[in-house]
Design a protein around this ligand. Structure first.
Ligand code: URA
Length: 243
């Protein structure tokens, strides 16, 4: 394996974010081959060098990250006795431990991140982190500027509190006729059926929903529904920084 920076090694091994890892190094909590290491940029060979944090050996667990363009008809789950699940679409030898980060409804398409990195998933889904999720939707009914204002204020969807403010953008007429509007909406929460319930709250119905992005991660337009690819190093790093 190629040489890797010490801070990256520790972050990849799930010890914390790059910033947290730098603090550990500063505090003298890390050793490489028994020698105290304080420099984040120090290079090491994961095959040969032994890294310890607070005296405990850190092995480089192999994390994998896939972006899937989820097709309709698949559950966002790892297994189900009745319906096909998104994991069925991943044709890799080693897929144990992989799970979808969050859920899209069975009829929703678009960006779904699959990984075995529980810490990253937890941070991306944490309500306090306010990670933007952007969707394209087709709506039965005419979406108005008044709807955009209501979305921006937050809506009562039958929960204890109103939703957080959402950004609703009406897209130019796309040839679906007067009865159907096309929109883009960005929310920061992930409540059950949230987008559908927000439109219900303004008296309209979502008839097609597709997720376009989650934080810094954008659905690759080259992936048709059902296709997936590994995230690039840059995409992984940006997602880590999202948090
Ligand atoms: N909001 C919904 O209503 N459904 C989804 O799948 C995602 C967001």
């Amino acid at each position: 394996m190629a040489q890797i920076r010490l801070d990256k090694y520790l972050a990849n091994a799930g010890c914390g974010t790059r910033t947290e890892v730098k603090q550990f190094l500063k505090k003298g909590l890390v050793t490489v081959n028994g020698v105290s290491a304080a420099k984040p940029e120090q290079k090491l060979d994961p095959q040969k060098d032994q890294v310890c944090l607070r005296g405990e050996s850190i092995g480089l667990e192999e994390f994998v990250y896939y972006m899937l363009n989820k097709p309709a008809g698949y559950l966002s789950a790892t297994e189900d006795s009745r319906q096909p699940v998104v994991l069925d679409l991943i044709r890799e030898k080693k897929k144990s431990g992989l799970f979808p980060v969050g859920r899209l409804d069975i009829d929703t398409e678009g960006l779904l991140l699959l990984t075995n990195d529980g810490a990253l998933a937890h941070r991306l889904l944490s309500p306090g982190k306010h990670v933007d999720k952007t969707y394209y939707a087709r709506i039965l009914g005419k979406v108005t500027e008044q709807d955009c204002r209501l979305f921006a204020e937050g809506l009562d969807i039958g929960e204890k509190k109103k939703t957080m403010p959402a950004r609703l953008v009406i897209l130019p007429e796309g040839g679906y006729g007067d009865e159907i509007s096309e929109i883009r909406v960005t929310i920061q929460e992930g409540k059950f059926h949230q987008v559908k319930r927000m439109f219900e709250a303004v008296g309209k119905k979502v008839i097609y929903l597709k997720r376009l992005s989650m934080g810094s991660l954008k659905l690759d337009s080259g992936l048709s529904p059902g296709m997936y690819r590994r995230l690039t190093e840059e995409e992984i790093e940006k997602l880590r920084q999202n948090q």
